[in-house]
Design a protein around this ligand. Structure first.
Ligand code: RIB
Length: 320
């Protein structure tokens, strides 16, 4: 069955996506402003919402209609059942979702008016990985793409990326989730590296203030072996640098922002889905920016991932 994304393109069924990464209980509180040292403030609307970069990306891809497996680790705490249900409800296949004794990953999210957030992560089960199982290795070998982030141990990402490369499966790495440098062994295994502006500056040690700065920093990552760099520029949109091609830019769609949590995950997942579908590079960016624009209009990370039909409608509206 072919899928359609606005006229005039139609896309074939794709191979599955495998997302390997974190799953977190996102513990929200809404605040007027960040507290100063020693200060106590009132917060409102405290809530647990399912999140974690890996789980968010898996949920986003599944809700966009992509057959998606998630490999991750839950704890044995009270949050674990709700996190599993949220992933299942999004349509994610959970054969590779394991459980380890102790707490699930947690993210303490301070959500400010205007949608900006400050987040503290407690890794929990996300840091308790053993070796990659034979069944996950087979799943990776049969995938159309593998999507990873940086909230699980780097050696797991490296093992996963090596397995993918041996099988000729492209690897997309979302640079979010850790402040550390990326390992030199990992970079040549990556087809698409997706940092935001801050992560790009941190990874390269280069300025990212202007468009030319961003392109130069992206090209410096490509000299380390990454095939292409997809930079998330927040309210300025996104920029894709591949090979010697001219960079492709896509402005963000102006919307009223409720919560930016998970928007980067939504963007990277949507781009990967469009890549799997064989959409042209420009359309991948339009699709991803449309998905992210919908995501930031709702509270929560996993709960705000849009459905395929919503993204298709927004894309068509902008194509008119
Ligand atoms: O990218 C957003 C995610 O970052 C949140 O869901 C939170 O869990 C943190 O991992």
């Amino acid at each position: 069955m072919a899928r359609t994304l606005g006229a005039p393109y139609s896309y074939p069924m794709t191979k599955p996506l495998v997302v390997v990464g974190s799953v977190n209980a996102d513990l929200y509180v809404e605040i007027e402003r960040l507290p100063r040292a020693g200060e106590t403030l009132d917060g409102t609307n405290a809530a647990m919402r399912p999140g974690g970069k890996g789980a968010n990306q898996a949920a986003a891809a599944a809700r966009l209609g992509q057959a998606t497996w998630f490999a991750g680790q839950l704890g044995t705490d009270a949050f674990a059942p709700a996190l599993r249900v949220a992933l299942g409800d999004a349509g994610v296949k959970l054969d590779h979702l394991g459980m380890v004794e102790g707490a699930s990953g947690q993210a303490f999210i301070l959500l400010q008016h205007g949608g900006e957030n400050s987040i503290i992560i407690v890794g929990g089960a996300n840091q308790a990985w053993g070796p990659v199982s034979g069944s996950l290795a087979s799943r990776i070998a049969g995938a159309g793409a593998v999507l990873i982030q940086r909230e699980i141990p780097e050696e797991v990402n490296l093992a996963v990326a090596r397995l993918a490369q041996q099988a000729g499966v492209p690897v997309v790495l979302d640079a979010g989730g850790a402040d550390r440098a990326l390992g030199a062994e990992l970079l040549p295994l990556i087809s698409v590296l997706s940092p935001n502006e801050t992560e790009l500056a941190r990874l390269t040690g280069l300025p990212t203030a202007t468009r030319d700065d961003v392109v130069a920093a992206a090209r410096s990552l490509m000299r380390s072996g990454v095939a292409s760099v997809l930079v998330k520029l927040g309210s300025r949109g996104a920029l894709l640098v591949s090979g010697n091609d001219a960079p492709i830019e896509q402005p963000a769609y102006p919307v009223s922002v409720v919560d930016t949590t998970g928007a980067g995950d939504c963007f990277t997942a949507a781009f990967t889905v469009a890549m799997l579908e064989g959409q042209p590079a420009r359309n991948r960016l339009v699709f991803a920016c449309s998905a992210a624009a919908l995501c930031i209009q709702k509270k929560g990370a996993m709960p705000s991932m849009p459905l395929r039909i919503e993204v298709d409608q927004l894309v068509s509206r902008h194509q008119r």
